[in-house]
Every structure is written in structure tokens, then in C-alpha cells.
Design a protein around this ligand. Structure first.
Ligand code: GRF
Length: 187
């Protein structure tokens, strides 16, 4: 199997990155992580890139020509697939069109419900009975691209934002690899 050369974009903890690095060691897993991109030079997740000798690139989105830097590194590492895992910046139209149907994102809700930020607080406020996570393609609409995999769990009365986050992330570690396997199943 020829593994897809993948770049993971992060902004914070990077626990999904850590999980993907682990999964990608399996020879049957369809991607290999060749690059990590972050907009946050203090992102904790950078440590997983360092520990695993994966090159990482800090994107200074304040720079007018930051996209040229981004395209340069994506090209340098021959990236053909992008996974957004806790990346807190909006992706540009140019990147989306260059990587059409080649960028996915993991979102901590059952899309199309609860797009955007502060999902857990809104879910609890609305007294939802269940929640979960969704992996979807990235298009120009925020959290709006085609859904690849979505899984849920029940919300219990003792749940709060912290427990929902823990439970959602635990599910994410299964759902994101499953979505990647599904995308490349027939390729
Ligand atoms: C995940 O819960 C994901 O759903 C959301 O951001 C979080 C990132 O967590 N988009 P981590 O950085 O992978 O630990």
C-alpha cells in the first residue's frame, strides 16, 4: 500500500495528532504523517511531532504572504492529504481549492448541529439527550462539508462540559482513524 503523505494541522493539545501518529505506524493504515502545521508556536501538540521526528511548521497567519509559506512546505513534503485536528483558524479558499476533497476536519458535535465553538456548553444548555463527534470534508462553509463518519453517545444527568469533552475525545480517537480508512478503502 502506498500511504498518502499527510499533514496534520493543530492549534492546541494535539491528542488526535498523537493518536493518528500511533495509528499510522500500522502498515495497513492508509496515511503517513509527514508534516505538522500549527498557527500556535506554543501548541502542546508540537511535542508529539518532535518526539516522533516529524517536521513541523509554525504558520504566522499575521503575515500577508503566510499562504506562500504554507504552500511551500506542503509542496516540499509532497503532501496530498490534510487533516485538521483542533486547528482553530479558518482555512483559506485557495487552500480548499488546491486540496479539493483532500481536507478533513474533526468536530466535537453531531453535525449539522452545533457548528462552531463552545459546543459542549450549548449542547448542555439545550438539554440534548445525546452528542458525539463528526468527521467531515472541509469546504468553504464552516463545519459544513460532506460528512464521512459521525458517532454518538448518550448524555447522562451527571455530565458537565468537562465530562462531555473527555467522552467526546475518547470517541474521536476511534472515529477519525475510521474516517481515514473509509476514505481510502478503495484506493
Ligand atoms: C477536538 O475535540 C476536536 O473535535 C476539536 O478540537 C479538539 C482538538 O483536540 N476540533 P486535540 O488538540 O486533538 O487534543
Amino acid at each position: 500500500m502506498v500511504k498518502k503523505k499527510t499533514c496534520v494541522f493543530i492549534s492546541g493539545q494535539g491528542s488526535n495528532l498523537k493518536n493518528l501518529i500511533k495509528r499510522s505506524r500500522d502498515s495497513n493504515f492508509p496515511i503517513t504523517i509527514k508534516l505538522v502545521v500549527t498557527n500556535n508556536k506554543n501548541a502542546n501538540g508540537i511535542m508529539y511531532a518532535k518526539k516522533n521526528s516529524i517536521p513541523y511548521f509554525v504558520l504566522n497567519t499575521e503575515l500577508r504572504n503566510y499562504e506562500n509559506h504554507l504552500f511551500y512546505v506542503l509542496n516540499k513534503y509532497k503532501i496530498s492529504f490534510i487533516c485538521l485536528a483542533g486547528y482553530m483558524k479558518i482555512i483559506s479558499k485557495k487552500l480548499i481549492s488546491k486540496f479539493e476533497k483532500k481536507i478533513i476536519n474533526i468536530h466535537p458535535s453531531l453535525l449539522p448541529k452545533y457548528k462552531g465553538l463552545n459546543t459542549f456548553a450549548r449542547i448542555l444548555k439545550n438539554k440534548e439527550k445525546k452528542t458525539g463527534c463528526t468527521v467531515h470534508y472541509v469546504n468553504e462553509k464552516l463545519d459544513g462539508g460532506g460528512i464521512i463518519v459521525k458517532k454518538c453517545f448518550p448524555i447522562v444527568s451527571s455530565d458537565n462540559e468537562k465530562t462531555l469533552k473527555i467522552k467526546t475525545q475518547k470517541l474521536e480517537y476511534k472515529v477519525l482513524p475510521e474516517a481515514i480508512i473509509r476514505i481510502f478503502r478503495n484506493s
